[in-house]
Ligand binder design. Structure first.
Ligand SMILES: CC(C)(O)[C@@H](O)C(=O)O
Ligand SMILES: [Mg+2]
Length: 575
């Protein structure tokens, strides 16, 4: 006997009454028993595929999640969605599909859930866009939901040192500069990524994995264990049981994701020196709940959050090291000590964050996680900027940079797209002191807001990462380092000031005061705007990317494809 009142669950539309006999026939066809058909139906969405190591371990974990659902008298129904893997899409046209895939993932999970009237959702994801896409679907549907990260990759080992894919991207620059032989490059590429799992530093996937715990959608500590560890499967099973508990208590995704829990998530991004992409994904998740939590709100949190977790790319350690010293819960305990955490938010086990943290006995180890009272730096590893060059804001990761390195003035060197900039970097046709400007790479103008690790890593690899600055209306990888300012808004395609820059304009970037400006008066900018010939024509006149370019909204609001949506009028069946 199930303790769930099926008459109140969405799945009754597909399993109950004489009119649903044909529907039940399909379930019998898949080997389900009568009892299983009449239990709650739980969608188990995974992003498993063979595109990249990030998602390859999800299938195993999904089976464990399904066991957990079954143990708690639910019937799991597994389904998959798409992914685009940034590491492989990087540096070419393919990267335009990346951010657009976040929306496709949210949409496909939503449509599958709606079409089959599932009652709850366990979502497993392992890569940069699949994590926020899955969380967006949970908040959009507002069903009882538990998120589970697929886990990070193990670090590679070369010449007695841990290495990650970041080293391989940067090795391309060393190779271009003649400081690395082809043979050495090949040796590195063969060992840098030794297992299943998402990129190992505090890059975008691990940043969003930390967010999943901090925001409350994932069980505490579930993000930490690397993908190949079968100990992850205990969390998967527990996630399956947890979603049934939430269903019983009718705790839904929007009870968990609130303004306060978004603030908790932003704190964790800042104190770990996380990916600037969180400046897009947190507003996008908030948007699904009808909450205005824009880039400037995220940056406001960053401003007074100490940076105290020493992770790559700014710092020394990888996700596995963080896990070994206690993971996100220990980080959150430090935030709590400084009064920087809302403890009353709900987490995936149905208790509050404060209650969940009370059960954690470990303390900051002082090496990977510093005590918040003696942080690496007093302000966040990620900073927001504004000024006459970015009236709608911009974002930069400063983790690992000294205060002197966070102020830069130099002449603009303008490129109309990433390829032009990469070629110039490859040919070393730029100078120390330049501010490289890459425009027409915004969400609508790219289209797709490409991530530019190939170019920024090449600069670092050439040893020029600290000698130039870079600004763009596109975005950066979590593995990008150097003074690289992204999300400059409004984007060039919308006629933002970045579209009006000319070579030689003097640009000032100041992460200490939060300024991004160009030495042009309002009159100068207005005169240039009057002469502006309009957005550059993109390559895409049809298909998914054209559709995306037509629908996508502004960067500071998360580059969502339905900026006018009214989440407060949301319906999922009659929940
Ligand atoms: C390839 C990476 C490192 O995953 C990157 O895409 C990121 O955003 O962190
Ligand atoms: Mg990425």
């Amino acid at each position: 006997m199930t303790k769930f009142d099926k008459a109140k669950l969405p799945s009754r539309y597909v399993t109950e009454g004489p009119a649903r006999a044909p529907h039940r026939s399909y379930y019998y066809a898949m080997g389900m028993s009568e009892a299983e058909i009449h239990q709650p139906l739980v969608g188990v969405a995974t992003c498993w595929n063979e595109a990249a190591p990030c998602n390859i371990a999800l299938n195993r974990q999904a089976q464990a999640a399904k066991m957990g659902v079954k143990e708690a008298h639910g019937t799991p129904r597994e389904f998959t969605t798409i992914t685009v893997t940034d590491g492989i899409a990087m540096g070419h046209e393919g990267m335009r599909s990346s951010l657009a895939s976040r929306e496709a993932i949210a949409d496909t999970v939503e449509l599958t859930m709606r079409g089959h009237c599932y009652d709850a959702l366990v979502g497993l994801a392992g890569c940069d866009k699949s994590l926020p896409g899955m969380m967006m679907a949970m908040v959009r549907l507002n069903v009882p939901s538990v998120f589970l990260y697929g886990g990070s990759i193990l670090p590679g080992r070369l010449d007695g040192k841990d290495v990650t894919v970041q080293d391989v991207f940067e090795a391309v620059g060393q190779h271009q500069a003649g400081n690395l032989t082809t043979c050495e490059l090949e040796k590195l590429e063969a060992v840098a990524c030794p297992s299943a799992g998402a990129c190992g530093g505090q890059f975008t996937a691990n940043t969003m994995a930390c967010v999943s715990e901090a925001i409350g959608l994932a069980l505490m500590n579930s993000a930490g264990a690397p993908a190949p560890y079968e100990s992850r499967d205990q969390y998967a099973e527990a996630s399956g049981r947890a979603v049934m508990n939430l269903l019983e208590k009718n705790i839904r995704a929007r009870d968990v994701v609130t303004l306060k829990s978004l603030e908790n998530a932003a704190r964790v991004v800042a104190c770990t020196g996380g990916s600037t992409n969180a400046g897009l994904h947190l507003p996008a998740i908030a948007h699904e709940a009808g909450i205005d939590f824009f880039l400037e709100d995220v940056c406001e949190i960053f401003r007074d959050t100490p940076y105290f977790v020493d992770l790559k790319p700014g710092g020394a350690y990888v996700a596995k090291d963080l896990y070994e010293v206690g993971g996100v819960p220990v980080v959150m305990k430090e935030l709590r000590k400084a009064g920087l955490l809302h403890e009353d938010c709900i987490t995936a086990d149905g208790t509050t964050i404060g209650e969940a943290l009370d059960k954690i006995t470990r303390e900051a180890d002082g090496k990977v996680i510093y005590p918040i009272s003696a942080p690496i730096s007093k302000t966040g590893g990620v900073v927001g900027l504004k000024g006459n060059l970015a009236p709608a804001g911009a974002i930069v990761k400063v983790a690992g940079m000294t205060e002197e390195q966070q102020v830069f003035t130099g002449p603009a060197r303008v490129f109309e797209c990433e390829e032009d900039a990469f070629e110039a970097v490859k040919a070393r046709s730029y100078k120390e002191g330049d501010v490289l400007v890459i425009r027409n790479e915004g969400p609508a103008g790219g289209p797709g807001m490409r991530e530019m690790l190939a170019t920024t890593a090449a600069l670092s690899g050439q040893g020029m990462g600290k000698k130039v600055a870079l600004i763009t209306d596109g975005r950066f990888s979590g593995a990008t380092r150097g003074f690289c300012v992204g999300h400059v808004g409004p984007e060039a395609a919308h006629g933002g000031p970045i579209a009006l820059l000319k070579d030689g304009d003097m640009i000032t970037l100041n992460a200490l005061t939060g300024e991004l400006s160009v030495a042009l008066s309002d009159e100068d900018l207005a005169a240039r705007k009057a002469d502006w010939t309009g957005p550059r024509e993109t390559l895409y006149a049809s298909g998914a990317l054209w559709k995306y370019s037509q629908l996508v909204g502004e960067t500071y609001k998360g580059a969502v494809t339905h900026p006018g949506a009214k989440a407060e009028r949301h319906v999922y069946m009659d929940l």
